[in-house]
Ligand binder design. Structure first.
Ligand SMILES: C[S@@+](CC[C@H](N)C(=O)[O-])C[C@H]1O[C@@H](n2cnc3c(N)ncnc32)[C@H](O)[C@@H]1O
Length: 75
């Protein structure tokens, strides 16, 4: 079996084995590259983008280039 370290480690002394994914915030989202890379590194991403055309481009890229179970939500 092959394993891959995604950099998610428990960082406290709490009595749990649960590890919550890291959260990336990109306040200038553009075409969504930061969100794509976040997804590939198993992180959650929140993207803010002013330009509606870029929002459409970013959504299209995320849906087509990220794994099947990614949840892309535009608000
Ligand atoms: C160079 S791009 C960012 C690239 C992006 N970080 C990536 O990973 O591909 C900059 C973006 O910031 C957006 N932007 C500029 N001012 C903004 C604002 N006040 N709020 C949200 N987005 C803004 C622009 O529309 C542009 O798409």
């Amino acid at each position: 079996m092959q394993t891959k370290d995604l950099g998610l480690h428990k960082d406290c002394k709490c009595d749990t084995k649960e590890v919550i994914k890291g959260q990336v915030l990109d306040p200038f989202g553009g075409a969504g590259t930061t969100a794509l890379v976040s997804d590939r590194l198993n992180r959650e991403a929140t993207v803010i983008e002013l330009n509606k055309d870029y929002v459409k481009i970013a959504k299209k890229r995320l849906v087509s280039e990220s794994p099947l179970f990614s949840n892309v939500e535009v608000k």
